[in-house]
Design a protein around this ligand. Structure first.
Ligand code: GLN
Length: 395
């Protein structure tokens, strides 16, 4: 006999990213699944990290984050979006955006509160809601357009949620929600007095001159939005675990109360290196260079997908691109990704695990194009002939 732990998170199983990566390793398959860049970060920020480690400080940072980083975040948000935050009272540094989301939900919600998730939703949101003792309200977007509609918002807000989690550019759909859709969402938040958590970690990955407009800039939203971002995607250092949350003092205080007891503080030298990355990016042309580089990779990946017989969907944001396969196979998306790994040797991510509520008929899979050009070229060759083979795949 042994004591029983709680089973409250059992239904979430192991994350789809870990599962598909394990399968890719097992079958020696090219991994276009997990959203992690192949290419090394820019040299200036690696040198900054090295210097900070050698010279210190290497002890705890203040729980809310080192002042230099909070000030760099404040300056960046002001310059890019005209958002004004007080670095002392409104900005908190966390261990990645994932912890910011967790601490925000825990700090903001009472047990039993409802939290709206726009699904397909990033896989950490729902477990964070459950860990807070709150309840998920699923607002499902349907392929291939994944549009946010008044009807879906009306239904979700009729449950009297305390919080809605928003994400644009959106993982996994790759959508940059239109101004009309975001304005509609904002009007619901204002009307129903709901708090918004806006996950904007892909803020610098928008293409085709499609601008990123933070939710907090919409009328009535600054006082009810915690905006979350991180160093990970923008500077290609997902392992640093440095993220941040910005918002009005009342919401920030709620997040900080939780954050201080979860991780206390993010790694000090990497916070300082992140500050230097943000400061340098102000004058070294980093953001347009980054966008152009990834725009080119997106185009290459779209071409590889279309050539294979899969159908690429438009990808305006994030470093993911979706592909439809329903015209080639009747398999469910998890099975299709498993077969593609085993039979073709290339791994993508299915969409159904990103739904916590009802899953719409989804024959769509996600590819990550944060890969070297040569790797995408190799992927193109690996995928060729898929159209002839996929029809015979069995679960
Ligand atoms: N954010 C990445 C993705 O969407 C993966 C994160 C993870 O592996 N936990 O693929």
């Amino acid at each position: 006999m042994s004591p029983e732990p709680s089973h409250k998170l059992d239904r979430f199983g192991t994350s789809i990213f870990s599962r598909m990566t394990d399968l890719a390793v097992q079958h020696n398959s090219m991994n276009f699944g997990q959203g992690v860049p192949d290419m090394p970060p820019e040299k200036n920020i690696l040198e900054a990290a090295q210097r900070q480690l050698l010279e210190g400080p290497n002890q705890y940072a203040p729980s809310i984050g080192v002042p230099r980083l909070r000030e760099a975040i404040q300056a960046t948000l002001e310059r890019l979006y005209g958002l004004s935050y007080d670095s002392k009272t409104d900005i908190t540094v966390t261990c990645g955006a994932t912890q910011a989301i967790h601490s925000a939900i825990s700090g903001l919600c009472e047990p039993g509160d409802r939290v709206v998730l726009i699904e397909p939703a990033y896989d950490s949101y729902a477990p964070s809601v459950v860990m807070a003792g709150a309840e998920v309200v699923s607002l499902a977007l349907t392929p291939p357009e994944y549009r946010l509609t008044e009807e879906a918002l009306t239904k979700a807000f009729s449950t009297h949620p305390r919080v809605i989690v928003f994400n644009s550019p959106h993982n996994p759909t790759t959508r940059v929600f239109s101004r009309d859709e975001v304005a509609l969402l904002a009007s619901f938040c204002v009307k129903h007095d709901v708090i918004a958590l806006s996950d904007e970690v892909y803020e610098h990955l928008t293409f085709d001159d499609c601008p990123h407009v933070p939710l907090a800039t919409y009328p009535g939203m600054a006082e009810r939005t915690l905006t979350i971002s991180s160093v990970s995607k923008t500077f290609g250092v997902t392992g640093w675990r440095v993220g941040w949350a910005c918002g009005p003092q009342k919401l920030t205080d709620a997040l900080r109360r939780c954050h201080q007891f979860v991780t206390f503080a993010a790694p000090t030298p990497l916070q300082l290196a992140t500050a230097i990355a943000l400061e340098d990016a102000e004058h070294n042309g980093f953001y347009p260079r980054f966008r152009a580089e990834f725009g080119e990779l997106r185009d290459l990946m779209a071409q590889a997908i279309d050539e294979s017989g899969l159908r690429a969907l438009p990808a305006r944001g994030t470093y993911f691109i979706l592909a439809e396969y329903g015209h080639l196979s009747d398999l469910a998306d998890i099975e299709f990704c498993e077969q593609m790994t085993k039979k073709i040797g290339l791994t993508a991510i299915p969409m159904s695990p990103f739904y916590c509520g009802e899953v719409p008929d989804t024959r769509v899979i996600r590819f990550c194009f944060a890969r070297f050009k040569d790797t995408i070229e190799q992927g193109r060759k690996t995928l060729s002939g898929l159209a002839d083979k996929a029809g015979s795949w069995k679960p």
